[in-house]
Structures are given as structure tokens and as C-alpha cells.
Design a protein around this ligand. Structure first.
Ligand code: DAH
Length: 339
């Protein structure tokens, strides 16, 4: 019996040391220690052993069982540790690797330019407001002193919705809303989308953006207009920027002007950018026409004002040196990523 026991033990220990998976170890456990296992069978045959030898033999069986169990446990613990180490090794994190950057969008050049313009005028005490994109003829034309037979009203330029309603062709309409809604002093900046029946090309689009400015108060003069817009140009294009006002005509201002800035590329010497002239046209402006003030029930004898209108795309194209307006509307991320 002792030989048998030693044989079982030796075989079991050998199998255990060769067992390289938890499943194999478990099979050994069942076949040796399980209910129908070899060692269990021997335990059962203890009754055939002479009574005086039983304690000794029983002890031997128990010792063998304990040794096999101990070996099994150690082998199992070792295997599990190996499995765990292999897993840890496979999942190791190199904290020195650069992280994956989440793809976040970029601000549109129009938005960057608008924020810049707003920042400048907010700094000068202006309030930013918005007007409707769908307007009555009155706000877009009539109240702005644009007579019924004016060429700008031609259906070729204006998107009419019906005889009286249209998509605004200029943010100047916001001037009228502002003067109807508030009493002077008024100091507003009104950005927004405008619409014109234009063919798409490098400098035209049926929908683009303007930024309108309006100041109405007592004793506002052309000097205020010049000072304000010169300051704006310096903030936007650099401290050395000079401005030049050329007489122009707008129905809603008198006198009217267009403002040029000295080319910020060549400093005014003349380059490809300013087409050799040294100057770049930037905006339209003028003193609010008395008739426009009257339409809004503001007494032109008591109050005067100035207004200006800037093309937002024009600013964005100039500032970021983009040579085709269409790029601003295609929303190609490879283009937008650059800003
Ligand atoms: N509304 C004009 C345009 O669309 C721009 C403009 C010129 C606005 C002179 C003004 C202004 O407020 O005073 O071309």
C-alpha cells in the first residue's frame, strides 16, 4: 500500500510540475484528489488495513494528500502570476508617448475677423446688436433715403420675397431699427448677413456679411468719424496704418466717403497686394443724412451722426491674405485648419 501511495504521489507531482495551464492542473486535482480520484480510492480501502496499522497508514495518506494539494496550489499560484504578468506586460502604458489629440474644429476666418472688429468697437463704447435678414422694403431702402427708382432696388440686385419683403442687401437697415428703438446717444455696431443677386466669383457671392456702425448724438461731426475710423484702422491693421477719405456717394449719408488704408503689406510703397497704389479700399461711411434722421423722428437740428459699413469678408480676405472669397464658403477643413 505504501508503494502504491508513493507511486501515486510521485506521478501526481510529476504531472503537476508539467502542468502548464490552469485547466491541466485542475484535471490533475480531479483525477487524484476528486471523489473518484486515485487517492480517494486508497482512502476508501483503508478499511481493509489491519486496525492497528490504520492510524499510521491513514496518516501517510493524509500527508500525501497534503503534499499534493500544496504542490497544486503553488503551481496554480505560479501559473496565475505568469498569466497576470504577461497581461500587464502586454498592456503596459508608456507615459512618455505623446497623447492622441482629439480633433477639434477651427474658427472660421470670418468669425475671427468679426470678433476682432467687435473687440475694437466695444472698446470704443459701442454696443453690438443685430437686425433681421428679411426686411421690409422700407428698412432696406426707403427709410435710408433710397428712392423707388434707385438702381440698387433693381430685381437683378435684390432678392424680393414679394412686392414689399426682401432679403436685406445691406446691414444699413439696422440703422433704422436702432434709431426707431432707442433715443440718442446711439453708438452701435451691427454685424450680419446680407444678400445680393450676384454671380459667384473670386470677389462676389450672393450672400456675404457686413458690419454696420452708427453713432448719433449732439455735436457729432466728420472729425468724430475720421478719428474713430482712423483708430479702428490702426487697431486692425497696425499702428503705422494711415487712412485716406475719398468723396463718394451714398443716399443715406451726406457727405459720404470711402476710406482707404495704407497697404499693411508694403507700408504704402506699392506692391502686388495693393495693386501698386499703396492704398486698400476698406469701407463706406458718411454723416447720417438729415432725411434719414427725420424718418426716425430724430431732429436733425438737434442731433447729427455718422455711419459706416464694412464688408466682413473683405477684412478676412485682407487680414489672412486669402485671394478667393469662395474659399470662405466651401468649409474645406484643410483650408480652415490654417487659422
Ligand atoms: N450700405 C453700404 C453698402 O452696402 C455701405 C455703407 C456705406 C454703409 C456708407 C454705411 C455708410 O453706413 O455710411 O455698400
Amino acid at each position: 500500500m505504501q508503494d502504491k501511495l508513493n507511486e501515486i504521489k510521485a506521478k501526481a507531482l510529476e504531472l503537476i510540475s508539467a502542468g502548464d495551464t490552469p485547466e491541466k492542473l485542475n484535471d490533475i486535482k480531479v483525477s487524484v484528489l476528486g471523489k473518484k480520484g486515485e487517492l480517494t480510492a486508497i482512502m476508501k480501502s483503508l478499511k481493509d488495513v489491519a486496525p492497528q496499522d490504520r492510524p499510521k497508514v491513514g496518516q501517510m495518506i493524509n500527508d500525501a494528500r497534503a503534499e499534493i494539494e500544496k504542490n497544486l496550489e503553488e503551481a496554480m499560484a505560479k501559473l496565475q502570476a505568469e498569466v497576470r504578468n504577461a497581461k500587464l506586460k502586454a498592456e503596459v502604458i508608456d507615459v512618455t508617448l505623446p497623447s492622441k489629440k482629439p480633433v477639434i474644429g477651427h474658427r472660421h476666418p470670418n468669425s475671427i475677423a468679426l470678433e476682432e472688429v467687435e473687440r475694437i468697437f466695444i472698446g470704443l463704447g459701442y454696443e453690438v446688436c443685430e437686425g433681421p435678414e428679411i426686411e421690409k422694403d422700407y428698412y432696406n431702402f426707403e427709410a435710408l433715403n433710397i428712392p423707388a427708382d434707385h438702381p440698387a432696388k433693381d430685381e437683378q440686385d435684390t432678392f424680393y420675397i414679394n412686392a414689399d419683403m426682401l432679403l436685406r442687401t445691406q446691414t444699413s437697415s439696422t440703422q433704422i431699427h436702432a434709431m426707431e428703438n432707442e433715443k440718442p446717444p446711439i453708438r452701435i455696431l451691427a454685424p450680419g448677413r446680407v444678400f445680393r443677386a450676384d454671380e459667384v466669383d473670386a470677389t462676389h457671392s450672393p450672400s456675404f456679411h457686413q458690419i454696420e456702425g452708427l453713432v448719433v448724438d449732439k455735436n457729432i461731426t466728420f472729425a468724430d468719424l475720421k478719428g474713430t475710423l482712423a483708430e479702428f484702422a490702426k487697431e486692425l491693421f497696425g499702428e503705422e496704418t494711415k487712412v485716406k477719405f475719398r468723396p463718394h456717394h451714398f443716399p443715406f449719408t451726406e457727405p459720404s466717403a470711402e476710406m482707404d488704408v495704407s497697404c499693411f503689406k508694403c507700408g504704402g510703397k506699392g506692391c502686388r497686394f495693393c495693386k501698386g497704389s499703396g492704398w486698400i479700399e476698406i469701407l463706406g461711411c458718411g454723416m447720417v443724412h438729415p432725411r434719414v434722421l427725420e424718418k426716425c423722428n430724430i431732429d436733425p437740428k438737434e442731433y447729427t451722426g455718422f455711419a459706416f459699413g464694412v464688408g466682413l469678408e473683405r477684412i478676412a480676405l485682407l487680414k489672412y491674405e486669402i485671394d478667393d472669397m469662395r474659399l470662405l464658403y466651401e468649409n474645406d477643413v484643410r483650408f480652415l485648419n490654417q487659422f
